[in-house]
Design a protein around this ligand. Structure first.
Ligand SMILES: NC(=O)c1ccc[n+]([C@@H]2O[C@H](COP(=O)([O-])OP(=O)(O)OC[C@H]3O[C@@H](n4cnc5c(N)ncnc54)[C@H](OP(=O)(O)O)[C@@H]3O)[C@@H](O)[C@H]2O)c1
Length: 249
């Protein structure tokens, strides 16, 4: 039986510098993992997250990258291998949201949305599949909109939807190395990512659709991701909705 703890493991956290990704980085580091904190534009937050881990006695480095570029995805994993000798866990929290009617969406917006939500997700999985040690874990962040019947989020939910299929294929293809691959799909989450495209009234409505009349909190998502990265190895090829029973119309 392989070791199912995070002690001395190496974790690459895509978008690991802030919000959900930062809490994953810090939590995994507290469990004894060495962390590669990926960031795109948020260098200051990446420095803060790395410093917080190091101040707590942990090990972390940051790596900048635009993950819509396959060369940057490869460099991210290469840095992890060069720095710490291998990779055991890869969590991709990167993503971009847009709420816009189909009739108003431009080609450029479509390309950007599918670039980061679908293409980057695909090549992150590919490189993780190449680089992870046996018994590794790959987790991608989806959205509860994957199960919604709603307007406005065609390129966001549509851009994240392929992750489910990529994940199922990867779970089969990497199974001989005991690598588990899953998607975690939070409900509308109380981070700065959520608010710009919502009115206060709509934000209230979203909160009202979940247990306890509240938005999803990053503190309620991280334990699930931690479980998948540790004892939850038998779960693979799944999309796990973690949203307090949130539904939308
Ligand atoms: N908040 C919500 O309501 C909610 C609900 C369900 C699911 N989610 C998903 O949960 C994940 C984390 O979201 P969050 O709320 O914690 O927000 P967040 O911190 O803003 O996460 C998005 C991350 O994607 C990165 N990113 C964007 N474009 C990139 C690119 N081209 N290359 C590399 N990285 C790029 C961002 O980096 P920069 O900012 O530096 O560009 C950021 O680190 C996302 O995948 C999101 O879709 C969020």
């Amino acid at each position: 039986m392989a070791d199912t703890t995070l002690r001395d493991k190496v974790a690459v956290i895509g978008g690991g510098e802030k919000n959900l990704g930062a809490l994953i980085s810090r939590t995994f580091a507290e469990d004894g993992a060495r962390i590669v904190v990926h960031y795109h534009t948020s260098e200051k937050e990446a420095e803060e997250t790395v410093r917080a881990i190091q101040d707590g006695g942990g090990k972390a480095v940051s790596v900048q990258g635009d993950l819509t570029r396959v060369t940057d995805v490869r460099r991210l994993f290469e840095t992890a291998v060069d720095t710490y000798g291998g990779v055991d866990v890869a969590v991709n929290t990167t993503g971009m949201v847009l709420r816009k009617p189909i009739l108003e969406t431009t080609e450029d917006e479509y390309d950007r949305m599918f670039g980061i939500n679908a293409k980057a997700g695909y090549f992150f999985l590919q490189e993780a599949g190449r680089r992870l040690n046996d018994h590794g874990r790959i987790i991608s962040l989806g959205t509860s909109l994957l199960a919604a019947f709603t307007d406005g989020y065609s390129t966001y939910a549509g851009g994240k939807a392929p992750l489910e299929h990529f994940t199922r294929a990867a779970a089969k293809e990497f199974a001989d190395r005991f690598i588990s691959v899953n998607v975690v799909a939070p409900g509308p989450m109380d981070t700065p990512f959520f608010y710009p495209q919502e009115t206060p009234e709509r934000a209230r409505f979203h909160a009202s659709q979940a247990m306890g009349d509240q938005l999803t909190r990053i503190e309620d998502i991280v334990p699930l991701i931690r479980f998948l990265a540790t004892e939850g190895w038998w779960i693979t090829g799944q999309t796990l909705f973690a949203n307090g029973g949130y539904t939308t119309r």
